[in-house]
Write a protein that binds this ligand. Structure first.
Ligand code: HEC
Length: 101
């Protein structure tokens, strides 16, 4: 029995470690640094630079948003952040977007 319980405990720890809920506080800092110029400090958008995100993200899944951050939107000013932000940082920003917008 003992080894089996240990295995379960190990698996549980592993699973918990894999679920990154995203750190919205860190996401806020990253958003200010990398996104606010175009999308506005409060997600209100900036004329001719980027659309409002506040109230605008309801239709987008988490996966879709992460893919936009990672790969940008081809043919638009939305840059790809894959070489700038780690996957964890992108998830932190996502957590911030979901909290605020
Ligand atoms: C240089 C300006 C610029 C920067 C910097 C920028 N964006 Fe964008 N972003 C855009 C533009 C322009 C679009 C609209 C693309 C289109 O026409 O589909 C956009 C689109 C988006 C969308 C999709 C919105 C929608 O309703 O479809 C998301 C989400 C987004 N950006 C998030 C971010 C995040 C998060 C950051 C920072 C990591 C960021 N953007 C940085 C210009 C920018």
């Amino acid at each position: 029995m003992m080894p089996r319980n240990l295995l379960s405990a190990a698996l549980l720890l592993f699973a918990v470690g894999c679920i990154n809920e995203g750190d919205a506080d860190n996401g806020a800092l990253l958003y200010d640094e990398h996104c606010a110029t175009c999308h506005g400090v409060d997600g209100e958008g900036v004329d001719s630079l980027g659309p409002a995100l506040d109230g605008n993200l309801g239709d987008l899944s988490d996966t879709a948003i992460l893919s936009i951050i990672d790969g940008g939107v081809a043919g638009t000013a939305m840059p790809a952040f894959r070489t700038v932000l780690t996957p964890e940082e992108q998830e932190d920003i996502l957590a911030f977007l979901r909290d605020e917008f």
